[in-house]
Design a binder for this molecule. Structure first.
Ligand code: GLA
Length: 382
């Protein structure tokens, strides 16, 4: 890949002041629990988005990328989430979210920004959070915000909710900001407390395959918003502030007061929160080889109760497990995107081949399969 500093110099005619980057994420387990104030267990992946930045003398942001033509120009004095469009909304949205949260922008100067990325878009690996967090990390350093990582993650989420219009939770941005090599991030979305949990994958000879179904997903519209609404309805009918408060007894009560569909949605959230906690305990007590069933149960719950998987994902997961994976499940918002399989490294290629063959035999789109390594979160690179 061409060095982003060279490309910046070509585009803007001078060297950047620095380069910041942030990764995409895979969620190991804990799906759709984040906006229900529950638990999640993601990790940052070794695919990143970079922002090369230099300050300007005015208060304009000039934004370019290596993946789209043209330049977006916006004044820091007229940031408006209602009119932000396309990929630039993720960057400008973070600046707006900070101002909206009361972070002073009085001393902020304009910036020339160039974005580059190798996080696949539309794969359910949070290319959007990578962009928000790379921008947030750069703004934080250059404009002297002095915000901590979770506060920056929060700004990314607000950008996503308000500037992009997707009612998502804190999962993606927390993973992108807080990720560490060979660790998952255990995040309690109610208290926003997070701690790294060791995975010991290399030590165990394990790897994680991402199986991108290449079925596109979209969170600003459609199924994701419907699930968000179902969860809100379930909480309201059960008389709780969020589904985080519902336990097995609450589910029993749900049998009486909820319609069948809402009950299934609520059951996924309640059991998924349990599975996240069990995964954290199991990792500590027995290591990653022992979490296979939890991954598989999560996949079944997303398929049958939350109904957010697609046939391509179900077949990929079932095939991976039959071919020797320790466990497999969809990751991310659903309705397409990617699934993951926890695999013994020496079987990774055979499992990937088995999945490709099974999908081909079923007449489905060819998946893109690659390994990911749990990696460091947002940082300044140079
Ligand atoms: C998307 C959202 C996250 C989370 C997941 C589902 O990735 O951006 O906030 O809700 O879906 O777990």
């Amino acid at each position: 890949m061409t060095d982003i500093r060279d490309t910046f110099a070509k585009v803007y005619g001078r060297a950047p002041e620095g380069v910041w980057s942030a990764p995409g994420r895979v969620n190991l387990i804990g799906e759709h629990t984040d906006y229900n104030n529950g638990y999640v267990l993601p990790f940052a992946i070794d695919r990143r988005t970079w922002a090369a930045v230099a300050r300007r003398e005015d208060r304009d942001i000039h934004l370019r990328s290596t993946f789209a033509d043209g330049e977006v120009v916006a004044s820091l004095d007229a940031l408006d989430p209602a009119v932000m469009e396309g990929w630039s909304a993720y960057v400008l949205g973070v600046a707006w979210a900070a101002a909206d949260a009361g972070v002073t922008m009085d001393g902020a100067f304009g910036l020339d920004i160039l974005i580059d990325s190798d996080v696949p878009v539309g794969a359910g690996l949070s290319s959007s959070a990578a962009l928000e967090c790379a921008a947030g990390a750069a703004f934080n350093d250059l404009w002297g915000w002095e915000l901590d990582k979770i506060a920056l993650a929060r700004l990314g989420r607000v950008a996503e909710n308000k500037a992009v219009g997707a009612p998502t939770g804190l999962l993606d941005q927390a993973a992108s900001m807080l990720g560490e090599a060979d660790h998952v991030v255990f995040l309690d979305c109610l208290t926003e407390e997070a701690r790294p949990v060791p995975l010991h994958l290399p030590h165990e000879g394990l790897g994680i395959l991402v199986m991108n179904s290449n079925v596109d997903h979209e969170h600003a519209t459609g199924g994701y918003g419907e699930r968000f609404a179902s969860c809100a309805l379930g909480a309201k009918e059960l008389g709780v502030a969020s589904l985080r408060e519902v336990d097995r007894d609450g589910l029993e009560r749900g049998l009486e007061v909820l319609d069948a569909e809402t009950l299934r949605r609520v059951r996924h959230i309640v059991t998924e929160n349990e599975r996240v906690l069990q995964t954290v305990d199991t990792l500590a007590a027995h290591g990653p080889r022992a979490i296979g069933n939890l991954l598989n149960e999560s996949q079944a719950s997303m398929r049958d109760d939350f109904e957010i998987t697609v046939p391509e994902i179900d077949l990929a997961c079932d095939t991976a497990v039959s071919a020797g994976a320790i466990g497999a499940r969809m990751t991310g918002g659903g309705f397409g995107g990617s699934s993951i399989a926890l695999v013994p490294l020496e079987q990774a290629d055979a499992i990937a081949d088995a999945v490709r063959d099974a999908l081909a035999r079923a007449g489905m789109r060819e998946p893109t399969i690659f390994t990911v390594t749990p990696s460091q979160g947002a940082r300044r690179d140079s």
